[in-house]
Design a protein around this ligand. Structure first.
Ligand code: ATP
Length: 247
């Protein structure tokens, strides 16, 4: 499904990615983890050519993205959605219009746009908030709007760059549930960059550990499932008083 072959990327004289090859099968949830600066985000951005590699090729299905440019690359990118740590929503557009803009940019048939926006919003459970603005939403809701926007063009791949790093544990669990749902119900292959071990452990079916721009190890993984943390005042008190007693 996604195949990165002998890819390298330099920023001036600094080599961020060194000769990486990786094969991610259809239907996987592939986690990429490593220390800060290991090259995780750069590797992810190479997968949709937001960064163009200096060497090597990037296949999505049987299409080598590195051979494309201009309108052909824009067309190929419709099959690759992406979400980010800071959501990247348009602040002066409503939830509805944040999703609709993805369809407009992709040239989706005008007569079908409204129905598709609502379909995507109801998939992430936000249809009731369609007329809200991003500033009126919680972090988890903002990320769900970003997911709905990424889903709008029916991608086969969703790239996630630290999707839960700005969120509290409860909201992280909710967003991970949406990602798992997308993978299971829509069959979308997911690549998720995170420095949070729990995120990788909970939903990833395979993992790549990066170190200094190289693959340290890549392996299959049995997801542990999403842990729903307590979210009541009583839970916080119990956890903190328990921790005090144990200290
Ligand atoms: N556009 C750029 N110009 C110059 N250097 C860059 C650029 N993008 C990334 N780098 C450098 O490449 C290296 C890898 O960056 P990258 O963001 O991929 O790492 P990361 O593993 O995602 O780190 P973090 O977890 O801190 O986000 C870092 O040293 C970074 O400073």
């Amino acid at each position: 499904m996604i195949e990165v072959r002998h890819v390298s990327k330099k920023f001036e004289s600094f080599t961020a990615i060194q000769d990486i090859s990786l094969s991610i099968p259809e239907g996987a949830i592939h986690g990429i983890i490593g220390t800060s600066g290991a090259g995780k985000s750069t590797l992810l951005r190479l997968m949709n050519l937001l960064e163009r590699p200096d060497n090597g090729s990037v296949f999505i299905g049987d299409q080598d993205l590195t051979t494309l440019s201009g309108s052909a690359l824009r067309a190929a990118r419709k099959s690759i959605g992406m979400i980010f740590q800071h959501f990247h929503l348009v602040s002066n557009k409503t939830v509805y219009h944040n999703v609709k803009v993805a369809l407009e940019l992709a040239g989706y048939p005008k007569s079908q746009q409204a129905a598709r926006v609502m379909e995507c919003l109801s998939f992430v459970g936000l249809d009731a908030l369609k007329d809200q603005y991003p500033a009126q939403l919680s972090g988890g809701q903002k990320q769900r709007v970003a997911i709905a926007r990424a889903l709008a063009t029916n991608p086969s791949v969703l790239l996630c760059d630290e999707p839960t790093s700005s969120l509290d544990p409860q909201t992280t669990a909710e967003v991970l549930s949406v990602l798992k749902d997308i993978n299971e119900r829509l069959g979308i292959t997911i690549v998720i960059v995170s420095h949070e071990m729990e995120v990788i452990k909970s939903i990833c079916t395979e993992v790549t550990v990066l170190e200094n721009g190289r693959v340290y190890e890549s392996f299959t993984h049995e997801p542990t499932g999403i842990h729903m943390p307590g979210n009541s005042s009583a839970y916080f008190v119990q956890q903190l008083k328990g921790a005090e007693r144990d200290a």
